[in-house]
Design a protein around this ligand. Structure first.
Ligand code: PMP
Length: 401
């Protein structure tokens, strides 16, 4: 018998299932709002001009293909930390941020999970928001952590359950690990305000909890990378010593290049050195060292002042187009005469909008209108264009009124 005769069939990936159904649909006006990747206003994947230019520079340099160190390309990780923590960051200036390149954001979370599993002195339970990016739970479970949840989304207001969130954080056992989406919460698009972040920071501090920031969309929410780093930087100012997962998939459009970083803020340079050594010991048996090409591209963009400026403009452009599509969708729904309020579409931020449509309505959207997205009512706003927004609004109006 085969060694694998007892392996059970697993369920298909929810997002990939949508793409399959979308591909099979013969309607020429079909719309795919399932996948979380940016599209331009023609609905096409977008390679940033700054990335094209940086890539040419990298190729022209004729660099060798030798291995990077275990923690990756130093020029990249240094610049990545600066982007996240900011030039005024005390821990950065004091040299107590331990950072490693990672296989994009997922890899950063996975290294983080493994690090916490091995060294976190408290209970090995991490709390993630309800709902959260579907992969968070799987990543942390596979890292050997226990996963619990805190309240986050209020389906009645289609907004933040701020009181529930703070109450849950306060009620966690002392010294719990808490995962926070730094900005552009996936899947809801609902972010705390700056005022609310301050209260969240207080609650985390009060509980002696450990904050783990997942920043997969820096710049993608507001269009400004500093503004989107508010929560992380505020926590640092407040004396928290968080860890951080960064991804350059969205803000540089480097999805398949897998460029990211994991960092831990230490309390001293001596502590940082110990953490550095352990991160290396952890990464080495996982994949030895990360790929260099994407990191070289990102490094070129981040370290060349002119290219960096250009890139920041392009990030602003992507975020701006998404914000515009939100406004257009709301406007079109109101024009149709929808009796519902759609303010949440423009209040929410980042790649995704939580429409408030239920699973049944989402099924109708697909079957009767060829509009495809996840059953939780999440749509990728990046898939909306000036050309399809009218048809989308009409479809939503027809299934929801
Ligand atoms: N965290 C969140 C919240 C995300 O939405 C994503 C991307 N969908 C990631 C992490 C990681 O993505 P990647 O591994 O492509 O960087």
């Amino acid at each position: 018998a085969s060694a694998w005769s007892q392996v059970p069939q697993g369920p298909p990936d929810a997002i990939l299932g949508i793409t399959e159904a979308f591909k099979k649909d013969s309607n020429p006006k079909k719309i795919n709002l399932g996948v979380g990747a940016y599209r331009d206003d023609a609905g096409k994947p977008y390679v940033l001009p700054s990335v094209q230019q940086a890539e040419q520079t990298v190729v022209q340099q004729n660099l060798d293909k030798e291995y990077a160190g275990i923690t990756g390309v130093p020029d990249f990780t240094k610049a990545a930390a600066l982007l996240a923590y900011g030039p005024d960051s005390t821990p950065l200036k004091e040299g107590r941020v331990c950072i490693t390149q990672s296989i994009s954001g997922t890899g950063a979370l996975r290294i983080g999970g493994a690090f916490l599993q091995r060294f976190y002195p408290g209970a090995k339970t991490i709390y993630i928001p309800t709902p959260s990016w579907a992969n968070h739970k799987a990543v942390f479970l596979d890292s050997g952590l226990e996963v619990k949840q805190y309240r986050y989304y209020n389906k009645d207001t289609i907004g933040l359950d701020f009181d529930g969130m703070v109450e849950d954080i306060k009620n966690m056992p002392k010294g719990s690990m808490v995962l926070l989406h730094a900005c552009a919460h996936n899947p809801t698009g609902v972010d705390p305000t700056e005022q609310q972040w301050k209260a969240i920071s207080d609650a985390v501090k009060e509980g002696g909890h450990y904050p783990f920031f997942d920043m997969a969309y820096q710049g993608f929410a507001s269009g400004n990378t500093d503004k989107d780093a508010f929560a992380l930087r505020y926590f640092l100012k407040e004396g928290h010593l968080p860890c951080l997962a960064q991804s350059f998939a969205k803000n540089m459009g480097l999805y398949g290049e897998r460029v990211g970083a994991f960092s831990v803020v230490a309390s001293s340079t001596e502590e940082k050195a110990r953490l550095d050594s352990q991160i290396k010991i952890l990464v080495r048996p996982l994949y030895s060292n990360p790929p260099v090409h994407g990191a070289r591209i990102a490094s070129t963009i981040l370290n060349d002042p002119k290219l960096n400026q250009q890139w920041l403009g392009e990030v602003e452009g992507m975020a701006g187009r998404i914000i515009k599509m939100r406004a257009l969708l709301k406007e079109n729904l109101e024009k149709m005469g929808s009796k519902h309020k759609w303010d949440h579409i423009t209040d929410q931020i980042g790649m995704f909008a939580y429409t408030g449509l239920n699973a049944e309505q989402m099924t109708k959207l697909a079957e009767e209108h060829s509009v495809y997205a996840t059953k939780d009512g999440r749509i990728s706003v990046a898939g909306i264009t000036t050309d399809n927004v009218g048809r989308l609004a009409e479809a939503i109006y027809k299934v929801k009124g």
